[in-house]
Write a protein that binds this ligand. Sequence first.
Ligand code: BMA
Length: 329
Amino acid sequence: MTDTPIHIQEHPDYEALIRRHPQNPILTARDWPYPVNAVFNAGAVRLQDTGEILLLVRVEDRRGISHLCAARSADGVRDWRVDTKPTLWPDRKKRPEDLWGLEDPRITWVPELERYVVAYTSFSAGGPGVSLAMTRDFREFEHHGMILPPDDKDAALFPRRFGGHWAIIHRPVSLSGTGHIWISFSPDLRHWGSHKILLCAREGGWWDARKIGLSPPPIETPEGWLIIYHGVRMTAAGCLYRIGLAMLDLEDPVKVLYRGDEWVFGPREPYERTGDVEDVVFPCGTVLEPDGDTLKIYYGGADTCIGLATASVRELVEWLQNHHYGETA
Ligand code: BMA
């Protein structure tokens, strides 16, 4: 047989690479202490003081407007203590940029600031943009307002500065509807510039053609920043949201070291395939277990519920190092 340009040998067992929790979905609207339509796309973090896992959940009410609500659990799987009312909600008078809701938060613990920084989508009258809020306890927040105007979303801050500047990953959308992943820098978290494209949506029939976006915040590993991103495939039946991997240089995150060709996780189970928006898996947060390798990945299923999957960081990095056959960016 002649050589084929398509890499078809040595495929790993994808089901073993990212494993769904048997109790999935771990959170649904029925778990909420007040009436809501759907709970999904949650940011995640391990709390510095108690070691508990906190999810900042996107909650959609029965008007269609989203707010964020915190849920805490010792093991990150069960016995969630959900705030009895919205934790961060659209306050039209104080924050007009949040007019039609707050969506898809990503949380970064920033040691220099001794604060968690939440990057979320503000659904403003002008479309979705990126806002920042900071907190020490997820009860009181300092709002920075919209830092990147519409259309922009899927943003997360890096936990430290590079050459004195903060860095944020985000996804502006062009007039043509194309969405690439960008990185921008700031001296003060308020003024952003030096915008650069990090990863381009691929073209044609690729699973990540036309629109891609960062999923959870970058994960620091000895080999580089591990990036979990989503790709959107337009089909005759609608959009298909799947997950792929890339890696950025540790000291110069503008440099893409690897980008996987194939997706590693996609809608398969009924709670991922059926719901308010079919065929969506959408992670917004991960938490590293105390063993330093097991990653808990929290994801929205079909814009309706929250699923949990686990993976080994080492295995994800090894997979990436062995599966970047095509273009790198
Ligand atoms: C994206 C985001 C996500 C959502 C996904 C699928 O554009 O808005 O919040 O989960 O679409 O509907």
